[in-house]
Design a protein around this ligand. Sequence first.
Ligand code: HEM
Length: 188
Amino acid sequence: MNTVRVDEQSYGRLTKLLHWGMALLIIVLVSVGTYMTGLDKSDPDRLQLMGMHKSFGVIFMQLAIFRLIWSRIKRSPPLPGVLASWERGLSRIVTASLYLLMLAIPFSGFAMTNFAGFPVSIFGLIEMPQLFDKNQEMAGLAKQAHGMLVYALIASIFMHIAGALKHRFLDAPEADVLPRMMPLKPRV
Ligand code: HEM
């Protein structure tokens, strides 16, 4: 099918949509998550934003699971042959961290909510299964993990972007991988 085709040079349309859509969701989830935790506990906005954060976070979790499966079905186009072996190794490590964190962060948020004694739903419309019983100690641990994993995600995203920009602007034109993920013409 044309919309999901991956050829030697580029990612398919569905992969690009997942990549950019989830990148946008990460920006929104991190910004709203940081903002809402700074609000006073009595502020009604805090509860409302938390509900939105949880709902979009659960949607993100489902997209991340789908994306992981999709990446096994539609393999990435091969890395340019001009890349050094350390660049290939680093690229694999950063990509693996991104996948791991995209699953671990929403999962820790889900676990924190259940451990704190609350169910998780998507906008109050779809109830998610209760995975964990109430346990305040575990809720505290999951909350710490949730915040710390976000720092690891930001560091991984930074390396991911730095790599893409290095290959585009500092390396040989054949090393440029940016056009594969966006409607950009390769550099000549
Ligand atoms: C990729 C997905 C997610 C990202 C990037 C994300 C990001 C964040 C961030 C940055 C914070 C603020 C942390 C702090 O400053 O201490 C936060 C807080 C929070 N998140 Fe998430 N989150 C995600 C998914 C979820 C999910 C799926 C849930 C629950 C179903 C959830 C529940 C919460 C809760 C309850 C808080 C407030 C914790 C507190 O009381 O301080 N998050 N999140």
